[in-house]
Design a protein around this ligand. Structure first.
Ligand SMILES: [Zn+2]
Length: 65
């Protein structure tokens, strides 16, 4: 284990946001691994849309008539 992190403070770790690709920092980022709340919502919406496909067969209003 010989790692010299003397200049770590000079170059904070950045990584591309998985959603928009924007370089963002990991430190003090409560939306990680995304760069912002916006990107986090986009990603959540992406998988939510795949799961929450509305069943077109069961239409409630046809039952009430
Ligand atoms: Zn982003």
């Amino acid at each position: 284990m010989t790692e010299s992190t003397s200049n770590a403070s000079l170059s904070p770790k950045t990584y591309p946001c998985p959603e928009c690709g924007k370089q963002t920092t990991w430190q003090d980022n409560k939306y990680k691994p995304f760069c912002s709340h916006h990107c986090k919502l986009i990603d959540l919406g992406a998988w939510a849309n795949e799961d929450y496909t509305l069943p077109a067969e069961s239409t409630p209003f046809s039952d009430e008539l």
